[in-house]
Design a protein around this ligand. Structure first.
Ligand SMILES: [Zn+2]
Length: 138
């Protein structure tokens, strides 16, 4: 089942970084929606989601199944802003520990989880320096 992600009183925004492209506020897996809301609630960080099922991603990407999102801003600062590193790290840490996490890629943590198996994916880092990629397992 899919649903849209709650905006949690504006703590979650959906601004496409390509303004001519459609809004990324599209239905996603209810497990992914809950995962993202849980992390925003626990960390109290605000995020901008710049891609859900749209945009261009690798052929087999979870994005096309509504099971992945990309985040380009945390607390209104770019993910690759060095002044933002503590909050980006905190967000990634919470995401990587969530029970429904599938993939957590970004500047600090790069893992994929299948069932209870976590594999390190350091090769994903270079493509995720300016955004976080978060997917759910279902
Ligand atoms: Zn992505």
């Amino acid at each position: 089942m899919k649903r849209q992600i709650f905006n949690l009183n504006g703590k979650i925004t959906f601004i496409n970084d390509e303004p001519s492209k459609p809004s990324p506020n599209l239905p996603v897996s209810k497990y992914l929606a809950k995962l993202i809301e849980d992390i925003v609630r626990t960390t109290n960080l605000s995020i901008n989601i710049n891609s859900t099922t749209g945009g261009s991603h690798s052929k087999t990407s979870f994005h096309y199944h509504g099971m992945a999102i990309d985040i380009n801003l945390i607390n209104n600062k770019k993910v690759d802003d060095p002044a933002n590193s503590a909050d980006v790290r905190k967000f990634q840490l919470m995401a990587s520990q969530h029970k429904d996490i599938g993939e957590c890629f970004g500047p600090f943590i790069n893992i994929r989880k299948r069932g209870n198996n976590i594999s390190q994916k350091p090769q994903m880092r270079t493509k995720h320096l300016n955004h976080l990629h978060i997917s759910s397992q279902r």
